[in-house]
Design a protein. Sequence first.
Length: 263
Amino acid sequence: MAQQANPVSGARLGRAVGAVGTVAAAGGGDRAVCVNGVVLLLPAGEPVSERRPSPLAYAGVRPLARTLAGAGRGEGLVAHVVRYRGRGWNGADARLAADARWAADEAVRRYGDVPVCLAGIDMGGRAALHAADHAAVTSVLAIAPWLPDDAAAAAEEPVKQLAGRQVLIVHGTNDERTDPELSYRLAERAKKANRDICRFEVHSDGHALRQHRPEVLALAADFVLGTLLGRGYARPVADAFAAPPPLGLRMPLAAGFGRALRR
């Protein structure tokens, strides 16, 4: 059974991006847009900190929120950036994961029984993976997720909560902040219990994935719209889900992804 979040004092959702309102109808006039899916953006954080959330981390996920909302325009996709209580994970407290679960609760309260995707960057990626056990969450997008070193961690990162969820991990091979091999090993363990997980490698790119940002944004949009709105996946994504390890977990993100026609 999925764990429900306890009330979290201080966490909140940023302003909604996309979905709510009206759009031009094909035959003229306007039509109302219902919310059919919610994506919650989880910013980066720190392993240990009592400091307030970082405005830079919040700003860092806004472009992804705008991209996803724009891609789902008129189809009922709404995006929110989660504002944490603080920037620290803080060991067993796992505060950012608790904030992510609270955000999923809040999305259900606001929009009803709609599917939710948790999309996190850096420590937000770890929070998204941990909070996948929330009943409303159907998919998880973890971009350059911060994960503890296996040798230093008190226990292995959990993967059972990913069962029944569609999961996409994206990592730059030259990431010097978050070891890409750690996300590969987590995906490999998770794949044993959940076939709906894939991982893309962005060759020669670093933690911020600046060299191939358009491709990463296009990949994220393809995944989120596929999991929340039922669109068909682009061929590389469908192939990554279908391929056995290690192929589906070391799928290269090709230059120009998103510009080519779907096949």
